[in-house]
Design a binder for this molecule. Sequence first.
Ligand code: SF4
Length: 234
Amino acid sequence: MKPLTAPIAEIFTSIQGEGLYCGQKQVFLRFAGCNLACGYCDEPAAAKGASAAEMSVKEASAEVLRQVRESRARAVSLTGGEPLLHWKFIKALAPLFKKAGLAVHLETNGTLYRELEKLKGLVTVIAADIKLPSSTRGKAFWAEHARFLAAAPEKTFVKVVLTSRSSLADVKKAVALAAGARPDIPFFLQPATARRGGVKPPRGEFMEKACCWAAARLSRVKVLPQQHPVWGIK
Ligand code: SF4
């Protein structure tokens, strides 16, 4: 039988630069391919599946565990692209990481709830995006995000990327959705990283309004920009 494979863009060790585990050393396994096309995407090559290598579960786990031994990291982060497109691969991979004593983090765009349901008990932490229509070329995913958060385990946190095009009405919807799932869910507002000729972060005044609205309805709200550009690392 042909071994199970997935397109892997890269496997590398770094420091988590976003969200609840910001600052923690992790080994990252980046899957290629994505079901969305966000205007602010910072991994467009991985999202489009460019220059990925097909790897088997054995090959991918061996490389992750080698880097874990070298770095003494205690967590592996499955990222992308959209890792849940490869849920069958993750289903085979995650138990190997758990057996090695690693926390398995999943960084996802929070839309593929059916795929998430197939990984029950296999993922330790989920970093789930809520995509605002202003960031995803006008397409809304409210219903998908609601079903995703309903299926997500307790150790889930939410990230909302804000750009100069984000609207407060969208932020309010995202807050209502998160509060509907769990009012104490950690909720990160992440101003987009500016890119030459493209995406711009929102103005400070907008960030403040968004943060105040969220903090009045959720107990664990933080504003946290991506730290990798600040630290000068990937
Ligand atoms: S979901 Fe993530 S990887 Fe996919 S296009 Fe959006 S930002 Fe890029």
